[in-house]
Design a protein around this ligand. Structure first.
Ligand SMILES: C[S@@+](CC[C@H](N)C(=O)[O-])C[C@H]1O[C@@H](n2cnc3c(N)ncnc32)[C@H](O)[C@@H]1O
Length: 411
């Protein structure tokens, strides 16, 4: 065993770790449920403790392999920041020593393209540029093949936070890959929902619906009326059929670290393929009025079916106007609704009448689902049309704008 292998055993594989989970604002409960379910499904070498704070969840004492597993399977997370060092840093000298003492070759692939994200708040050392320079020098001295690049072109990300003279150095186990699933080969259209937000909305609504329909309720069909690039329908596959997310996103930044246990990672990948065999068949129907958008969606649907390799998976794209569809009442249909905000929909439909019209359609379809509502005055426009439905709302942030997630179900 060489020096680095001993270090990996002592500092990575043989101890419990601290990690910070990032996710869309306002969904701590949904994320907590997914994370605890995932952690309960695997063997724990340590005894992890989970703490929910206002905008993040911190896990302490978790085994490194299980952190990689979370990064592989969790669908609601934007990133997992694995803390590799922390401590007091109130002078430049202290900061420099901390950076120099980190055994970088066990953490960073050599060569690799690395991004640094540095923030300093209420601290004696406040010059973020200077901190970045010191950090870069310390890393390159030990890993000469590391190439510092901007976040966009990077393969790995180090996040450094100095808060009230306390330093926290984390390595990202996801770096964007946690929410960019890689299922959109053809990119078309705008206003698409971020995948982690889509998951949080789907899972929050599933819990809400289960309060009325029983704790094991699952929709048989997902109908996506304003499909766009299809995010809400594709994400529904992970939420409702239990297809593991890792079937699509097989190589994460965390898998490539020198300290990542290759055999364990391989075993986790095999397990996810096995669990896909137990996934539930669900029909997904995408309705999209724009031809180019519908064609892109069809291409992406075919490639997702090919990539997943599950023959029972049914993804259908309908190039048509949702409002021209003959409604059929079926309480097992789920509608994730992201209407075209602001845009005039031909004819003289303005946004208020659009929400009223969608409400009327939902009333005849009798299903369950959610709708993103960009303005408070649109809430009654929609909800008045579904008087017999149960409703629940949450404030969310979609595309940088505050909105309401309105969940509905016909009990
Ligand atoms: C806000 S975007 C949806 C974004 C989508 N959720 C995503 O993540 O990409 C609205 C989409 O609805 C489509 N659309 C608008 N009116 C429609 C209608 N009456 N029937 C079907 N699709 C419609 C638009 O062409 C557009 O692609």
């Amino acid at each position: 065993m060489d020096h680095n292998e001993r270090m990996i055993k002592r500092q990575v594989l043989g101890v419990g770790h601290r990690a910070i989970l990032r996710y869309p604002k306002g969904f701590s409960d949904v994320v907590l449920e997914e994370v605890t379910t995932l952690l309960n499904s695997v063997e724990q070498k340590f005894d992890p403790e989970i703490e929910v704070q206002a905008t993040q969840i911190t896990i302490r004492n978790i085994g490194f392999a299980n952190l990689l597993f979370l990064a592989r399977e969790a669908t609601t997370l934007r990133d997992i920041l694995w803390q590799i060092d922390c401590g007091k840093a109130d002078t430049m000298k202290r900061l420099k020593t901390r950076f120099q003492d980190i055994p970088w070759p066990i953490y960073l692939p050599n060569p690799c393209k690395l991004a640094l994200r540095v923030t300093s708040t209420r601290s004696r050392i406040f010059h973020e540029g200077e901190i970045t320079r010191l950090l870069e020098k310390a890393i390159v001295a030990k890993c000469p093949g590391v190439n510092l690049v901007s976040l966009r072109g990077s393969e790995q990300l180090i996040d450094v936070r100095l808060f009230e003279d306390h330093l926290e150095i984390c390595l990202s186990l996801g770096k964007g890959a946690l929410y960019q699933r890689g299922y959109k080969e053809v990119l078309k259209g705008t206003a698409s929902v971020k995948e982690d937000l889509a998951q949080c909305a789907l899972r929050a609504t599933l819990s809400f619906v289960r309060n009325f329909k029983g704790r094991d309720w699952i929709p048989r069909e997902v109908l996506v009326p304003f499909a766009g690039s299809g995010t809400l329908g594709f994400e529904g596959l992970f939420t409702f059929s239990g297809i593991p997310k890792s079937l699509l996103n097989r190589n994460l930044p965390g898998d490539r670290l020198p300290c990542s246990p290759i055999k364990t990672v391989g075993h986790q990948k095999k397990m996810s393929i096995n669990s896909a065999l137990n996934s539930l068949p669900i029909t997904t129907k995408f309705i999209e009025i724009d031809k180019a958008q519908a064609l892109a969606l069809e291409h992406n649907s075919n490639s997702i079916v090919a990539k997943l390799g599950l023959k029972d998976l049914e993804l259908n794209v309908y190039h048509q106007d949702f409002f021209a569809m003959p409604p059929s009442a079926n309480k097992n249909v789920f509608f994730p609704l992201n209407p075209p905000f602001g845009e005039r929909l031909g004819g003289d439909l303005n946004i208020k009448s659009l929400y009223q019209e969608i409400g009327r359609f939902m009333n005849t379809w009798q299903g369950s689902g959610f709708i993103f509502v960009p303005m408070l005055e649109l809430i009654p426009a929609f909800s008045k049309e579904i008087p017999k439905f149960e409703i629940e709302m949450r404030p969310i942030n979609h595309g940088g704008k505050p909105m309401t997630l309105l969940m509905f179900t016909m009990p």
